[in-house]
Structure formats: structure tokens, C-alpha cells
Design a protein around this ligand. Structure first.
Ligand SMILES: [Zn+2]
Length: 151
């Protein structure tokens, strides 16, 4: 019996193989035969793009390599439709990071935001001025110095 993880890996490998082939597909001009798993694009929902280019007629699963961890990933047709048509992503944008790496960035941003909110609510230190840096340097008055001549 295969474990769930093994089965998931097999399914992923199969989809990756298929997505690699689909990369060469011209989704803008080839509409006669829809490839397996293709999802039709709704051009009404793509109107937020200010472009002279063409919109795709459909989306297909595409493979990509995560730019952070280098893992081979699939950007599914369904995810693309959501990104371009629901989230109104730019038509020229593509998936570059895997879910894990995106989550890491999202979590880090959330952590920083939380920290800043906590700091804003914190009572200021009794000697707050001390932490705001050293007092501004006062330029020495050079007018009273004796003039030295050279040579
Ligand atoms: Zn990654």
C-alpha cells in the first residue's frame, strides 16, 4: 500500500510532466482544440489590464521553478483564472514562488506588523529623549581662532 505522501508525489510528478508540455502551447491563438484541463478565460474580467496585447483564450496548468527554494511547481489553470480574473492580477504577471515560500514571506510581514502595533501601544520610556539619538552637534565658532599662514 502506498502512503498518502507517495501518492501525492506521484500525482505531482504526473502533473508537472503534463504542465511542461503545455508550456509551449500558444494560449492566445490556439482555441480550436482545448487541451485537457484547460479553463476558458473570461475577457470581461480581464478588462482591468491596460494593454494592447491579446488576452489568453484559456488557461492551462504551467510548470515553474520557485525563485526562492528552487522547487518545481505547477500553477494550475484554476489558480491562474483566480489570479487574473478575481484577484485582478496583471496579465503579464506569473507565479514565481511556491506556496511554502509565499507563506514564509506573508508570516514574516504579519509578524513585523504585529510587532509594530505592539510597539505603538507600548508606553514610552521615561527617558525617551535619550533613545532619540545624540543631541545635534553645534558647529564650533571659527571666527575667534587665530589665523595661521602657510609657506
Ligand atoms: Zn519555494
Amino acid at each position: 500500500m502506498k502512503s498518502n505522501k507517495q501518492r501525492r508525489l506521484e500525482i505531482k510528478a504526473k502533473r508537472l510532466k503534463r504542465a511542461k508540455k503545455l508550456l509551449e502551447l500558444d494560449t492566445i491563438h490556439q482555441i480550436k482544440v482545448l487541451p485537457q484541463g484547460a479553463i476558458l478565460a473570461n475577457h470581461e474580467e480581464l478588462k482591468h489590464n491596460n494593454t494592447y496585447g491579446f488576452f489568453p483564450e484559456y488557461y492551462v496548468d504551467v510548470s515553474y521553478t520557485c525563485c526562492d527554494c528552487g522547487s518545481k511547481e505547477i500553477w494550475t489553470a484554476k489558480q491562474q483564472k483566480w489570479w487574473y480574473e478575481v484577484a485582478k492580477g496583471n496579465i503579464n504577471s506569473h507565479a514565481v514562488r511556491c506556496y511554502g515560500c509565499r507563506k514564509k514571506i506573508r508570516d514574516e510581514k504579519a509578524r513585523q506588523k504585529k510587532h509594530m502595533e505592539e510597539m505603538a501601544e507600548k508606553e514610552p520610556h521615561s527617558n525617551e529623549a535619550f533613545f532619540k539619538g545624540p543631541p545635534k552637534r553645534i558647529k564650533p565658532d571659527r571666527s575667534s581662532r587665530p589665523v595661521r599662514f602657510c609657506g
